[in-house]
Write a protein that binds this ligand. Structure first.
Ligand code: CMC
Length: 428
């Protein structure tokens, strides 16, 4: 392979080095472009062709449907690892030893208490507030209760802030849901596993013992692993770019939560369920909705289909589809929504519009069906995505700071008015 790329502008040739990643991906290093060309920039709305960083955390090949965290395939991790192992792997680079895992969990538990004044903030939100807005605000508010900034050059400091947020975040998630339901805000139990504790904190009724259901624990563990990282997506890029100004970890994560909220990103899992419900209410006519999705005059999109990077299949969707079948069968749930989902999937997979554009079901097409079977309200689905994505965001934030990346500051091509003279109000 050549090791430079040439750009010719007005007959003048400029050479730029090619950089190769460990999986043979090639990037043109254009760091010197403006200086070499007298101010020329690249224009790439949506960053479809732009690498914002070099990263050693997650590899994905959208054509082959490959997803790996730190080199380990998502299929193997979802099958054999637990969420905390995956979190440790993403953040620190290696799977933990038994001792490291136990210490990690113990440290997370020891930091899980949130300042009791956080309850006052939650109380100030109306019950109608969307949980993602509440979660983003509460995560940002953690900065106020934990004001010391992280010294990224101190491993100890970094480790402490990681266990702190991994401990407190599930409490915020559970309290966000319970506040909406008018249930008392409480802690789970430090004798439980991380995921078991999340479930207990979310679902324990004040007048009943909470009984764990292994099928639900395993399914949630798997869902969290599948969502744990996905390289430079919208929310992760947001976390990195906010963090690049040296804003604190909690503030950066709060921005990531807001980015995740949108229906084209993490909010798709809620949108999928609402869409399937609407189709059911409308008599279950999937063909009608397929036609709407293909109609360019109709803004409707088939939620849960398509992906910016996967142009073959989303490997997470395959695992989730299987998990949805198993969980519903194990729990004895017969959900007509699942039948509608399967019908839509079959039609889309055989429809020339979807085939031509390489639109396949993504991770969110089936995740909502599992969340629903677990008794999680629809507007909490994206919050569950955030809980899973947390280690990815932390790992990416840590990597960005350790690599001493410069502040993120894209350029633009100005297309507005040229210089013009100010007119006083009576002359306009
Ligand atoms: N339904 C109907 N048409 C679609 C869909 C869809 N879900 N997705 C893409 N298209 C069409 C689109 O109209 C365009 O058609 P044309 O070439 O004729 O103009 C073509 O496919 C390419 O679409 P695009 O919007 O240029 O692709 P993108 O890479 O910018 O968008 C996407 C990716 C995920 C935002 C988009 O596929 C979408 O809106 N999907 C529905 C929302 C969704 O499920 N999002 C969750 C993503 S996975 C979870 C996560 O990681 O956040």
């Amino acid at each position: 392979m050549a090791n430079t790329a040439t750009i010719e502008i007005d007959g003048q040739k400029h050479e730029f080095p090619l950089i190769e990643g460990t999986e043979n991906e090639v990037g043109i290093d254009i760091k010197s472009l403006r200086a070499a060309t007298g101010g020329c920039i690249t224009l790439d709305p949506g960053y479809k062709n732009t690498g914002s960083c070099e990263s050693g955390i997650t590899f994905l090949d959208g054509e082959k449907g490959i997803l790996r965290y730190r080199g380990y395939s998502i299929e193997e991790l979802a099958d054999k690892a637990d969420f905390l192992e995956v979190a440790f792997l993403l953040i620190f680079g290696e799977l933990p030893t038994k001792e490291q895992h136990d210490k990690f969990h113990a440290d997370i538990k020891s930091k899980s208490i949130v300042d009791d004044d956080v309850r006052k903030i939650i109380d100030a939100f109306p019950k109608s507030a969307h949980p993602m807005g509440v979660l983003s605000s509460l995560t940002s508010a953690l900065t106020a209760f934990n004001p010391s900034s992280v010294n990224v050059d101190s491993e100890e400091d970094m480790y402490n802030s990681v266990v702190k947020i991994l401990g407190k975040f599930p409490v915020l998630v559970a309290w966000t849901m319970r506040k909406k339901q008018g249930l008392p805000l409480d802690y789970g139990s430090n004798s439980l596993g991380y995921v078991e504790n999340v479930l207990k904190m979310m679902f324990k009724q004040p007048n009943e013992e909470y009984v764990q259901n292994k099928i639900i624990v395993d399914a949630l563990d798997k869902l969290l692993i599948l969502h744990a990282d996905h390289e430079q997506n919208c929310s992760t890029s947001t976390v990195r770019i906010v963090g690049s100004s040296h804003a604190g970890l909690f503030a950066s994560l709060s921005a990531g939560i807001s980015a995740l909220w949108g229906p084209l990103h993490g909010g798709a899992n809620q949108a999928v369920l609402e869409m399937l419900e609407a189709i059911k209410e409308d008599g279950g006519d999937t063909k009608k909705y397929m036609a709407k999705a293909k109609d360019k005059n109709d803004p409707f999109r088939l939620m849960g289909f398509g992906h910016r990077v996967y142009k073959n299949f989303d490997p997470r969707a395959k695992i989730i589809k299987k998990a949805a079948d198993e969980v519903l069968a194990d729990l004895g749930v017969e959900d007509p929504i699942l039948e509608i989902a399967k019908g839509l999937e079959q039609e889309a997979l055989n429809d020339p519009y979807f085939v031509k554009r390489k639109l396949y079901p993504n991770v969110d097409f089936y995740s909502g069906i599992i969340y629903r079977a677990m008794g999680i309200p629809t507007d909490m689905f994206t919050v569950m995505f955030a809980l899973g994505r947390l280690p990815g965001w932390i790992g990416q934030w840590r990597e960005m700071r350790l690599r001493k990346e410069p502040i993120g500051r894209p350029r633009q091509l100005y297309i507005g008015e040229k210089h013009r003279m100010f007119k006083s109000v009576e002359n306009r």
